[in-house]
Design a protein around this ligand. Structure first.
Ligand SMILES: O=P(O)(O)OC[C@H]1O[C@](O)(CO)[C@@H](O)[C@@H]1O
Length: 254
């Protein structure tokens, strides 16, 4: 796991966009795994800026999103489909048939989850998966539990996640209790993973992740087993990391 602590959340967005840009140069038809939530917004802004200035060509990529609330129609203002349209897709020339989101209202949940896994496989697997991290250590909606699901599945949100995501809804009662999410195995199959963490609210979980043994009680700790993970944190999220506290310079991105 490569840990990089940068000065600001803007720098995190730029560094993540750099990782994606580099991959796009190597492989213009790459498959990106995308995340929602507050954290990747800076990355998406930077990708759009690069597209608008002609620095980045994204018309040949394929995308798969990590998760979608269960029970929300696509056109619900808080669906992750809407989030992705608003913050990324409507500003980029990616053809709709190459954009994939777990269905929010599938008629048959198990069959839809299986189909999502098959679509990822048919696309050749995910080249780079962008992740955020929940304050409880979740990745996607894989919440801390006694066991974790390997593949895309219907997941119950932890109460703390419902509370954390209530900021996007009119009231906590409106936050869906379930979501369809890639499983830990789906995430671990990505060739590279870039996990972003910004703000003070993520400082504690990042320091736990740094020293944590691999445990289903901290789902992000599974990433310790992945060979190509980069953690990009801003100064606030990285503030409790032991090497930052000891003043040891962090890795720099080449
Ligand atoms: O970036 P935020 O809003 O802190 O959310 C953290 C993570 O939790 C989720 O909301 C659940 O998957 C992700 O979308 C996000 O990566």
């Amino acid at each position: 796991m490569r840990w990089v602590v940068l000065d600001s959340k803007e720098a995190v967005g730029i560094a993540a966009a750099d990782q994606i840009s580099r991959l796009l140069q190597e492989k213009p038809t790459c498959v990106l795994g995308l995340a929602t939530g507050g954290t990747p917004l800076g990355t998406y802004r930077e990708l759009i800026r690069r597209h608008q200035t002609g620095e980045l060509e994204m018309s040949r990529v394929t995308t798969f999103n990590l998760d979608e609330y269960y029970g929300l129609d696509r056109d619900h203002p808080q669906s992750y489909w809407q989030y992705m349209q608003e913050h990324l897709f409507r500003s980029l020339p990616i053809p709709e048939e190459r954009i994939h989101m777990p269905p929010g209202k599938p008629e048959q949940v198990e069959a839809s989850c299986l189909e999502y896994e098959q679509e990822i496989e048919q696309a050749g697997g995910i080249d780079l998966q962008l992740l955020g991290i929940g304050a409880n250590g979740h990745i996607g909606f894989n919440e801390p539990a006694e066991s974790l699901q390997p593949a895309t599945h219907l997941a119950k949100l932890a109460e703390s996640t419902v509370q954390a995501n209530a900021r996007f809804f009119a009231s906590p009662e409106e936050v869906p209790q379930y979501a369809i999410t890639m499983g830990i195995g789906t995430i671990m199959k990505a060739k590279r993973i870039v996990l972003l963490a910004t703000g003070e609210a993520k400082a504690e979980i990042l320091s736990k992740l740094y020293t944590s043994p691999i445990t289903t009680r901290l789902p992000a700790s599974m990433l310790h087993m992945h060979p190509h993970v980069t953690i990009l944190a801003d100064r606030e999220a990285g503030s409790l990391l032991p090497f930052v506290q000891e003043g040891i310079p962090t890795d720099t991105l080449s």
